[in-house]
Design a protein around this ligand. Structure first.
Ligand code: C5P
Length: 311
């Protein structure tokens, strides 16, 4: 995350923000506040949105690129809410144009909206030359959405609470991923709701008791073959229930030579961990040919969180 410069107030700033995948997503019972307690392992991937902020007569959001038509351009956009909140705290008017260059799939389970909000936070702080520190920015981020603090943080991290409380995890080396982006998105609340429906009256064990210690040790080893069998997502059955075609996508990736594949977060993007770069390129080519996805991308992780590109 970039800190504000106190002296330089820029004409425009661009912030690059990564997508995330959850290597482990353990979901506890539904809480009274409508969220679920989580224990999750996030990894930031080299699939980025670029968020540009410049002075304007009004707060507005323009999005171009993948799925841009589905992103709201008004004040309901999470990036606009991020700028409005920084402006409120700094006691200034949020007259900023936000231009988002989108590569992270919209409603894809890769925290694209959260990434844009994180980019807007870092952008506003730098555009206005504010002295807002990392802790306060993380607090604002958590108020915007469960995944926003991680988009600021990046790298590999354990998330608890509703996902917003982070602890860094040491991950050695570089992991090679293939992402199969589905033809239509999934709503995050709908996927959590489907999980609750599938669970019915079954009691759900305390999520704290299910910290993925084996996975965390495997990440420190840096060996994708050790990490792959430990990938886990409690939301996967719910995403598969809402989009049964994803079973075929997951099978196609494994058949193509991936070490393992999971639904990313609430889906429907499927993420495949591969042994190395060559394998990832081969898996991506086969998946593209199999026609199971709208688009197929390769990416590596971990990468840093939101960072300033230019001022
Ligand atoms: O925090 P965020 O706005 O991303 O959450 C979107 C929705 O996802 C929430 O309103 C809730 O329905 C669901 N959610 C949840 N438990 C979490 C995170 C998200 O139930 N820990």
């Amino acid at each position: 995350m970039s800190r504000a410069s106190l002296s330089v107030v820029s004409d425009a700033v661009t912030v690059r923000v990564p997508a995330k995948v959850n290597l482990h997503l353990g979901v506890g019972p539904l809480r009274d506040d409508g969220f679920h307690d989580l224990v999750t392992v996030y990894q930031a991937l080299s699939l980025y949105d670029d968020v540009r902020l410049s002075p304007s007569s009004e707060l507005r959001v323009t999005t171009r690129g993948d799925g841009a038509a589905d992103v709201p351009g008004d004040s309901t956009n999470l990036a606009a809410r991020a700028v409005a909140e920084v402006a409120r705290r700094a006691d200034r008017s949020p007259r900023v144009a936000i231009d988002i260059d989108k590569r992270i799939p919209v409603a894809g389970g890769m925290a694209g909206g959260s990434a844009d909000a994180a980019g807007a936070l870092v952008g506003a702080v730098n555009l206005w030359g504010l002295d807002i520190g990392r802790d306060e920015l993380t607090e604002i981020a958590a108020g915007l959405g469960s995944d926003v603090p991680f988009a600021l943080h990046g790298a590999t991290a354990l998330g608890t609470g509703r996902g917003e409380q982070l602890m860094p995890i040491l991950a050695r080396g570089e992991f090679h991923w293939v992402l199969a982006i589905a033809r239509s998105g999934l709503s995050t609340p709908a996927v959590y709701g489907e999980l609750d429906r599938l669970r019915g009256n079954r009691s759900v064990s305390d999520v704290e008791a299910r910290r993925p210690d084996d996975l965390m040790a495997a990440l420190t080893s840096g060996d994708p073959r050790t990490v792959a069998p430990l990938l886990h997502n409690d939301l996967q059955p719910a995403a598969l229930s809402l989009q049964p075609v994803l079973r075929r996508t997951l099978r196609a990736g494994i058949d193509a030579g991936a070490l393992n594949g999971i639904v990313s977060g609430s889906g429907p993007t499927c993420a495949f961990l591969c042994a190395d770069e060559t394998s990832a390129v081969n898996v991506a080519a086969e998946l593209s040919g199999a026609g199971v996805a709208r688009a197929v991308r390769t990416a590596t992780g971990p990468v840093p969180g939101a960072r300033l590109l230019s001022a």
